[in-house]
Structures are given as C-alpha cells and as structure tokens.
Write a protein that binds this ligand. Structure first.
Ligand code: SAM
Length: 278
C-alpha cells in the first residue's frame, strides 16, 4: 500500500455489508451451483480471499460452501488494520491473515499454499486495481488452475429515483475518479472476463446491483451519497457548488421522509479452468 493511498474505512465496509449480502444472494443461484459442481459432495475448500478487508466476503461465502467448519481461509490484504479488524469471523473456521499486495500474487501464491488452494475469491476489489494488478491476479489464478469468484465489481451504472438534473455530471466525474491513477473502475469486470477467456477459461457473469431505499437504510444511503459526491468533486473541483446543492436536496429527501431510491450496478464473475482430457 503506497503512502499516498487512502485506506478503506472499516465503518463504511460494515455499513455496506447488508446491501452486499442482499445483492449477492440474488445472484447466488447463477454462480454457486456451477462452482460447487466442480467439487465432490461435502468437499471443504481452502479459500484465498483477496482484498479481504474485515472479512465480509468470508462471512457471506463460507456458510454457502460445504462444511464451513472444515474450510480454511487465507485472508490477504495490503491494509493490516483492516485485517486485524476481521474479528467477527465464523468461529468454526480456520483462517490465516496475510498482509500482501495482489501485485505480488504470482510470486507469493506458491508460498501461500498455491498447490492446496481450491478457490480464489474477492469482493469489491477488482475495480480498485490497475491493469498490471488485475493481470497479476488472473495470472496467479490461471497458474493455480482453481476457480475464481470475484464479486461486487462496480459497472458504472447508477440510477437515482427521483432523478436530479445534476446526477449525470456527478456520475461522469465519479466514474473518472474511479479510474484515477490507471485504476480500471467500471472497466474491471469486462477486463477480467476477457483475460480469463483469452486463456480458454469459462466465465459466467451475474448482475448484483445494490437496490437501496433511503427510508429503510438512511445511514447507508447518506454515506453513499456523500462518498459519491465527494469523489466527483475530488476529480473535478469545479463541481463543488453544484455537488453541495445536490447533496442538500438529496439529504432533505431523506430527513423529510420524501423518499429516495438508489440503484448501483455491480457484476459478479465466476471463472473456471478449461477441462483437460487425458
Ligand atoms: C472495498 S474493500 C472490500 C473489502 C472486503 N472484500 C469486503 O467485501 O468488505 C477493498 C479491499 O481491498 C484491499 N485492497 C485494495 N487494493 C489492494 C491490493 N492492491 N492488494 C491487496 N489488497 C488490496 C483494501 O485494503 C480493502 O480491504
């Protein structure tokens, strides 16, 4: 993690976890059966979770894979503070926390037990990576020849209900901010799918949008609005006054109970190695 990089906030990760769970539950039927079909019944996998943060991916996925108590998870993240805060993991699981950057994955995977890993996974990570980092991840997965489940990659689609005249300008600036310093942002899922397919891997994609209702989750919607507008202004400071007025209008709808719906597009991706005969 570079000195200049802003760490992800653990409070934000906790706030978004219920929305992540709902989004992933809706697509689980498309992704988990093909994943499980590659394993013998009751097989307890060893899982490598990239960008594990405080462990939300583990909390969602472990109970949906066979025999959680017999699984082993390696939680990898470049932020040691988030790794330490993963205190509320399923007590039945065995876990190892590894501080590392995904760029080093091809070199480090064998030492992490590459031979013994059965699944590589990540949630809300791919859009943060640049092309070199994404390629390192795909190269490491391909070398290990194990399936990969990459969830909740943003696809750059945001719909607010009701719409507001400033939504589009802020959305464009937000997407540009997501692609700062070469990050893939909303291009990440398509880039990952292409890298896998070029290597002959089968890829299944499923949409996992957040559908947020400000009357039900006012804190999450408020935090999301503030983060969205803040990132847009960071990219284009000239948008400051427009963003402030926009945020006031949006917050007023929440505090007065007038209602605000937010849909944020994500995509989940399951990549599986080609079947070799003989
Ligand atoms: C948006 S958070 C998601 C955390 C967790 N997977 C979840 O679903 O709550 C992204 C995580 O990826 C980690 N991360 C970002 N870039 C990374 C990199 N290049 N190498 C390792 N970890 C990285 C961050 O520290 C953070 O914990």
């Amino acid at each position: 993690m570079s000195e200049l990089e802003r760490p992800i906030d653990a409070g934000w990760l906790a706030l978004r976890e219920p929305a992540d769970t709902r989004a992933r539950d809706a697509a689980a039927g498309a992704l988990l059966p093909p994943l499980l079909a590659g394993w013998p019944p009751g097989f307890a996998p060893r899982v490598l979770d990239l960008g594990s943060g405080t462990g939300a991916n583990l909390r969602w996925l472990a109970p949906r894979l066979p025999r959680p108590a017999a699984q082993h998870w390696i939680r990898l993240d470049h932020d040691p503070h988030l790794l330490e805060r993963g205190g509320q993991l399923d007590p039945g699981l065995s876990t190892t926390a590894v501080r590392a950057d995904v760029i080093d994955l091809p070199r480090r995977l064998p030492a992490l037990g590459g031979e013994g890993i059965d699944l590589v996974t990540a949630a809300a990570l791919l859009d943060l990576l640049d092309r070199r980092e994404l390629t390192a991840v795909v190269d490491a997965v391909v070398a290990a020849r194990v399936p990969a489940l990459f969830s909740l990659t943003v696809e750059g689609r945001v719909e607010l209900d009701p719409a507001d005249g400033a939504d589009a300008a802020l959305g464009l600036a937000f997407d540009a901010h997501q692609q700062r310093d070469g990050r893939l942002g909303p291009r990440a899922a398509a880039a990952a799918a292409q890298l896998f397919r070029r290597r002959g891997w089968a890829v299944i994609e499923a949409r996992t949008p957040w559908r947020l209702d400000a009357t039900v989750e006012p804190d999450l919607v408020t935090a999301w609005l503030e983060g969205w507008a803040g990132a847009a202004v960071e990219h284009d400071p000239g948008l400051g006054p427009e963003a402030t007025a926009w945020l006031d209008r949006r917050r007023t709808r929440i505090t007065t109970g007038a209602g605000l719906g937010v849909e944020v597009g994500h995509v989940d991706l399951l990549a599986r190695p080609p079947i070799t005969i003989g």
